[in-house]
Design a protein around this ligand. Structure first.
Ligand SMILES: Cc1ncc(COP(=O)(O)O)c(C=O)c1O
Length: 270
């Protein structure tokens, strides 16, 4: 089972492994748990991949009560939950609810937290926590896929991880990203585009008017060094044709403001 929309690379990875994909809608309030239960009953999935905290691409947060129920459903229907949690520490106000893993007593959750979002793309360092019988498989699969993450990188990151400079960096990162998110929202406020303001993460999930052809907009934008993720590639069903994922994590404030202004102009013209 996969959320829809979801992190597009996850769709590709599961497809490449030959998985039969069962999509589950994620909403600003989380999931429809009756739908989740019906799908678990009907399809008996082995695994539900989810990103419940500042989800990519939507920024939605699954509330704490639903997290508890999901862990109960996983145990009842013997479906592993793969909790991908790279954005947890990028919150703009309150800290997000505890992980699903924190509620798991019977070992149905595999917890994955990448540290890429703390430092830079390509860091390639994450933690995984799960029951020992699954960990044995994961260690073998990881070794076979890349013969192990370089030790030097791990040692450097470990040193930083236990240093208070990392906490200072995270505090700055939360402020900087909140400022950038506000800039994007200010620039979009003059349009009739729709979005839910995320309380954390890197992305804004935005619905454009149906008259705008997203693929055409993207090719026009790329010629002007502007890019975004078209919603359809975040959907196992390839719908969400009027949606885009805008990331505010990379550019500085001025470039971001100029880029969004230009994006809005181009959307009006295509
Ligand atoms: C939900 C989600 N999981 C995983 C990743 C990738 O993490 P890494 O760069 O550590 O492979 C991303 C990156 O965009 C993501 O959004």
């Amino acid at each position: 089972m996969l959320e829809r929309p979801t992190y597009s690379t996850a769709i590709d990875i599961f497809r490449r492994q030959g998985a039969v994909i069962v999509p589950v809608e994620i909403h600003p309030y989380g999931y429809d748990l009756d739908q989740v239960e019906k799908l678990m009953q009907a399809y008996k999935p082995r695994l539900f991949y989810l990103n419940p905290t500042f989800q990519s691409p939507t920024g939605y947060i699954v509330p704490a009560e639903q997290r508890i129920s999901l862990v109960e459903l996983a145990e009842r229907y013997q479906c592993l939950l793969l909790e991908d949690d790279p954005y947890r520490d990028i919150y703009f106000g309150e800290e997000p609810p505890r992980s699903l893993f924190a509620y798991d007593t019977a070992g149905w959750v595999i917890y994955l937290r990448s540290f890429t979002k703390y430092i830079a793309p390509g860091l390639g360092i994450a933690i995984v926590a799960c029951r020992p019988s699954i960990m044995n498989y994961l260690i073998k699969a990881k070794l076979l896929s890349d013969s192990g993450t370089p030790l030097v990188n791990q040692k450097i990151f470990l040193h930083y991880f236990f240093n208070e400079r990392l906490q200072q960096h995270m505090e700055k990162l939360r402020i900087a990203l909140a400022v950038r998110k506000d800039i994007v929202e200010q620039e979009l406020s003059a349009t009739d585009w729709q979005w839910n303001s995320p309380a954390g993460g890197f992305n804004l999930w935005v619905k454009l008017p149906e008259t705008v052809e997203i693929e055409r907009l993207l090719s026009t934008c790329i010629k002007q060094s502007i890019t975004f993720v078209p919603g359809a590639i975040c959907d196992p069903l390839k719908e969400y044709k009027s949606w885009i994922r805008l990331s505010y994590s990379y550019l500085n404030e001025q470039l971001l403001r100029d880029g969004i202004k230009r994006l809005v102009e181009l959307a009006d013209s295509v």
